[in-house]
Design a protein around this ligand. Structure first.
Ligand code: ZN
Length: 264
């Protein structure tokens, strides 16, 4: 099932289920969104008839209380950053206010001269949980979506702490929707800028996979419904400039595309 958050033709924001898309999330003429009652963390009850996809505007599929991101979780990316794969997951936080949705703009802030894309698989937590044993991790995951862990690379290097480099408004595009019934252990993940492939890998290359990440992180902090875990980016990160169109595609999930502009 694909769960989106969207503004309907009347401007009202609801969650809904998406139907009529291709196996890798391709949108077609018969793609529809059916609004559901309330939130997506319980049973999904339809709240009205399907709406044509062309008549809605997708928003970020969740509004997380927090975003936990994992650094250097693909060996080839750790190497391109000039480092080794860590012995344990290396986590950092992005603020909830960095989230934007499909089609939204990524603002280049004046403080940075080197903003880069990071295509990532995002885990969406489905229920409050703490200290989850690995064998029960699948019980606490609602699904998966695409993410772009946008990073001011120059500030990441100069600041020491990553809060500023990873935390600007618009630096966490999420979407296009949450896919609930997918095995995320070996999906193709691709990052493109203006249609050119920059990152091309598989989630089977993750150093720490989904199960161990959720188990490990939930030993540290309680996870709430809607919380997001960014699982790390593969090799091929690179700069974004004004006017770029950047997209993250994950097989079985879909494509998240954003445009890059200089902050007003
Ligand atoms: Zn990242």
């Amino acid at each position: 099932m694909r769960i989106a958050r969207f503004a309907g033709p009347d401007g009202v924001v609801t969650f809904g289920t998406v139907d009529g898309v291709g196996p890798d999330g391709e949108i077609g003429d018969d793609t529809t969104v059916t609004p559901v009652l309330g939130h997506p963390f319980g049973p999904l009850e339809p709240a009205g008839p399907p709406v044509a996809f062309a008549d809605v505007r997708l928003l970020a599929p969740v509004l997380p209380s927090k975003i936990i991101a994992v650094g250097k979780n693909y060996a080839a990316h750790a190497a391109e950053m000039g480092g080794e794969v860590p012995l344990e997951p290396m986590i950092f936080l992005k603020p909830s206010t960095s989230v934007v949705g499909p089609g939204d703009r990524i603002d280049l802030p004046p403080q940075s001269e080197q903003v880069e894309h990071e295509a990532e698989l995002a885990i969406v937590i489905g229920r409050l949980c703490s200290q989850v044993p690995p064998r029960r991790v699948n019980e606490v995951i609602l699904g998966y979506t695409c993410a772009n862990d946008v990073t001011a690379r120059d500030l990441q290097k100069s600041d020491g702490q990553w809060g500023r480099a990873k935390g600007f408004d618009t630096f966490c595009p999420l979407g296009p929707w949450i896919v609930t019934d997918v095995d995320a252990s070996d999906l193709a993940i691709t990052g493109r800028v203006n249609g050119q492939v920059r990152q091309d890998a598989r989630t089977s290359d993750l150093v720490f996979g989904v199960e161990s990440l959720v188990a490990w992180i939930s030993q540290v902090m309680t996870l709430l419904p809607g919380d997001i875990i960014l699982t790390g980016t593969p090799a091929g990160v690179g700069p974004l400039v004004e006017g770029d169109s950047v997209s993250v595609s994950i097989s079985s999930i879909g494509t998240l595309t954003n445009r890059v502009v200089t902050r007003d």
